[in-house]
Structure formats: structure tokens, C-alpha cells
Write a protein that binds this ligand. Structure first.
Ligand code: PLP
Length: 369
């Protein structure tokens, strides 16, 4: 194992491959896999992740949230189709320039995109039509399907290569009835398209938890984000999915302080006894939320838990290492082996997604192949 000498986010491609293969094994042969690489590949590194998924794993599709994210992937040599989940009107011409496929989620964006495609002389430009079946976030209302079909028939410059929807509570067994109703409504949308159009768009609906919990909603393609990065939102899958990212750092300095001395800003920690503390080069600017301070979060040093004490600074945290054998320069694990990002996130009542995507770009990414 690598011994780090500064803060790094280690990305393990072997784990990515295993997660990909596990998720694939959950779908029927022929079901396409879309890898969600928005938000810098959930904080890991979108272009390196996308290259690996494209070149080594033959992924079928990518999705990003914004056009700018897709443009970066194209500039890095990604040629696989890219669905842009949440395009904005102002950038639509760039979507076409970078060969990105927009999600069209209301009349306003459908009309604007059709106009832009016509202006650029396009014919059958691939688009994806998003339907709202209950999440109430983005999408044409499910009952609008016949109206959207009629409109698409008049627009030869674009072609709906897929129709899709998004589940609101696919990880929550208590919301099974709600989810099944979303699936039923999406099937109605699909029926309107299959009746009304001379061709058959692909259908897709499930995110990672949907892949794991609702095989009846896999349709032609599934969309995985968090699962590829190693989390299944359910302890049941912990043995099948492996987190791909580990956040590691080092001890910059050790201080030994007496009873009554304080540590950090606002003197938020005051020693009750002789205390040994270590300063770690990572702070709230790196995605270590201030809520982790004052003993809420901890890191691992030589396998032992060292609580974060006092307030989290912008570039540093101080941890209590009293009783832990360690030296300046020793490795520190923030999440990875021994403490997952999901477990650490739970300490501040959030989810792995938020902790991972918050890891700052100034932290070096290291790729283990
Ligand atoms: C982010 C996103 C996903 C991925 O969800 P995971 O839970 O990370 O698998 C899938 N579909 C849509 C529409 C999304 O916005």
C-alpha cells in the first residue's frame, strides 16, 4: 500500500470495475448501462473515471448534470454518448457543438432546443424526454405524454432517442407503493410514445437503488452513479460494492498541551488533562464540513480513532491523538479502509453523496490501476 505524504484522494479502478460488474449482474443481458459522472464523477475525477468506463468497461452512456460538464468530457476525448440531465437555455448551442444529448424536461426547453437544432441544420438530433412521475423536480407531467408526442412529430430536427423518469424513494422500502405507482405512470407514458411515434425510444428509470430494488423498472437502460463509486444506500450491498475513493492525509505537526490550554479558533477545545494533538492538512475548504468539529467526526491513525477537536479550520483540522502511537509524517485516513464515507457522513446526518462531491479540487487525485 502506498504511503501518502500529503492530502490525497486515492481512486481504485479495480473497485470501480467490480462495482460495474456487480451492477451489470443485477440487470438482464442486453440492458444498457449509463454511468452518471456528474459533479466531477461524484468528487473522484470525471474524466479519468469516464475514460476507464469507456475504454475498459465499454459503458453504453454517460450522464452529467450540466452542458459544461459534458464539454469537459468531450475535450478529454470521451466519445461515448453523453446525456445532459439538466441543460440550461443559455448553453444549448454548446450542447450541439460538443455533441451532447440534452434532457428536454418542459415546453420551454423543448422549443428552445428544437429552434437551435433547426438553426444549425440538424436532422434527428438525439434528445431525451424527461417525465415527472412523482419526484416533482424536473420533467413534463406524465399526463402530457400524448401532447409531447404530437409536438415531436412536427420536429424533424430532433429525435427522442429515449424517454425517462426518476424515482423519488428507490432506497426506501416503506415507499414501495409510491415507487410502484411511479413505475405504473411511466409505463403509461411509454405506451403513449409507442402508440404515437413511428419509432421506439429507449426507456430508463432507475438510479442505483432502483437497480437493486426494482428490477421491473430496468427497461432498456439503467443509470448508476453512487453504486459505481461503491455505495448502495443499504448495508446489504456493502459486501458487493467497494468504495472507490479513499481520502488520506498526513500528520503535519504534533503538540503536547497541558490541562487548561485550548486548541484552535475561538478556543473551542480546552484540555481537561495532558493532551496530545495532531494537525492535519485538510479543512472545510476541502469538504470537511465544520459540523465535523468538536468531537463529531474522527479520523483513523495507525488503525485508531482520533476525534476532531475544536473548530474545523479552512485548511486544517486538529485531532486528539492522546494514547495513539504515531509521529509527524504518519498517514491519516479520513475515509477509506476502516471508516467509509457513508459512516463519516452519517455523523453529521448527511449521505455519502454529499461528502464525496464536496472534496475540493485542490486535493490531489491518485489513481490505482
Ligand atoms: C444523479 C442521478 C442519477 C444517479 O443516481 P445514484 O443514486 O447516484 O445512482 C440517476 N438519474 C438521475 C436523473 C440523476 O439525477
Amino acid at each position: 500500500m502506498l504511503h501518502v505524504q500529503e492530502s490525497v484522494l486515492e481512486i481504485n479502478f479495480k473497485a470501480l470495475q467490480q462495482n460495474f460488474e456487480f451492477l451489470k449482474s443485477k440487470t438482464k443481458a442486453g440492458t444498457k448501462m449509463l454511468a452518471v459522472v456528474k459533479a466531477f464523477g461524484y468528487g473522484s475525477d470525471a474524466t479519468e473515471i469516464a475514460k476507464y468506463l469507456q475504454d475498459e468497461l465499454n459503458v453504453d452512456y454517460f450522464a452529467v448534470a450540466y452542458i459544461r460538464e459534458g464539454a469537459y468530457l468531450r475535450a478529454a476525448g470521451i466519445t461515448t454518448p453523453i446525456l445532459v440531465l439538466h441543460p440550461q437555455l443559455i448553453n444549448l448551442k454548446h450542447a450541439i457543438a460538443y455533441n451532447l444529448e440534452p434532457s428536454l424536461y418542459n415546453d420551454r426547453i423543448l422549443t428552445a432546443f428544437a429552434k437551435e437544432a433547426a438553426k444549425q441544420g440538424k436532422k434527428d438530433y438525439p434528445v431525451h424526454i424527461k417525465f415527472n412521475t412523482g419526484l416533482n423536480r424536473l420533467g413534463f407531467f406524465h399526463t402530457d405524454a400524448p401532447h409531447v408526442v404530437q409536438k415531436l412529430k412536427t420536429l424533424s430536427q430532433i429525435k427522442a432517442v429515449s424517454i425517462f423518469s426518476h424515482l423519488a424513494a428507490s432506497e426506501d422500502a416503506n415507499e414501495k407503493t409510491f415507487t410502484q405507482n411511479q413505475i405504473r405512470l411511466f409505463n403509461n407514458v411509454a405506451e403513449a410514445f409507442e402508440k404515437g411515434l413511428p419509432y421506439k425510444p429507449m426507456k430508463h428509470m432507475t438510479n442505483t437503488s432502483g437497480i437493486l430494488n426494482y428490477p421491473e423498472a430496468h427497461f432498456d437502460m439503467v443509470r448508476s452513479g453512487i453504486g459505481l463509486y461503491g455505495f448502495g444506500n443499504d448495508p446489504k450491498y456493502a459486501k458487493n460494492l467497494r468504495p472507490i475513493a479513499s481520502l488520506k492525509s498526513v500528520i503535519s505537526q504534533i503538540h503536547r498541551i497541558e490541562k487548561g490550554e485550548s486548541v484552535g479558533y475561538n478556543r473551542a477545545f480546552v484540555a481537561e488533562d495532558f493532551t496530545t494533538i495532531a494537525t492535519i492538512p485538510l479543512g472545510h475548504a476541502d469538504g470537511i464540513n465544520r459540523r465535523f468539529g468538536n468531537g463529531v467526526g474522527s479520523v483513523l491513525i495507525n488503525g485508531k480513532k482520533a476525534p476532531i477537536i475544536g473548530n474545523v479550520c479552512m485548511d486544517m483540522i486538529m485531532v486528539n491523538i492522546t494514547g495513539i502511537r504515531c509521529d509527524e509524517g504518519d498517514e491519516v485516513i479520513i475515509f477509506g479502509e476502516g471508516q467509509t464515507a457513508e459512516e463519516l457522513a452519517a455523523k453529521v446526518n448527511t449521505i455519502s453523496y454529499e461528502l464525496l462531491t464536496a472534496i475540493s479540487q485542490r486535493i490531489k487525485r491518485i489513481f490505482l490501476r
